[in-house]
Write a protein that binds this ligand. Sequence first.
Ligand SMILES: [Zn+2]
Length: 231
Amino acid sequence: MQMVRFERTANELSQEAIASLAREKSKANGTCNTEEVNAALQDIFYGKCYLCESNNLQSCQIEHLQPHHEDPDLKFSWENLFLSCTHCNNLKGDRYWPILDCTKEDVDEHIAFRKEGYFGIPEKLKFEPCDSLDETQNTCALLNDIYYGTTTQKQIEANFIRKKLREELSGFKNLVRDYTQAHGKQKEELFHTIKHELMNSSPFAAFKRWLIRDHADMYGDFLDCWKPPIA
Ligand SMILES: [Zn+2]
């Protein structure tokens, strides 16, 4: 999951989303799929799927972190609503619970996101738990299913996500390589570009962060640069 951390900030968009959910909850056939909710979720999640970390989604849906089973308290709870792509929403359903909440936890600190394989060596994505929490284990299982698919059709969709991931990571690796060879102003500019690539708004940021973590001896300049400064 993505999964990096998103802040459910209390801004005007989220206030409007919460108000619209209260209105819908009081109706007989209310929906959480309102214009206000969609606008606020797009804002919080930077238009990214909170599960696979794809951006520029052609098709997105509102996902309930905890399956609501028609319980209105869960169905209309703002805290329980997440932005996801159709692939991830359909695949998750109500089959994975409990999982890590990326608005409350840094998921990439519970799970190592790694992509192995290059020329001649088959590609393999690995989601390795860093602790023994049930939430972490379930999230790893979900991520594996998302990136590899559970049915023939889902495997085709997963191939597209992995292709996007491969392209993103390859661009990211080039930037980091260029950085190590650059000097002066060019190096400074590359530093800011790479830092941006490691932020929550960036697609597949969890994989990019683990590339840095796993090669901290070479790329220590970027270690933890995605974390908010300590006040
Ligand atoms: Zn997704």
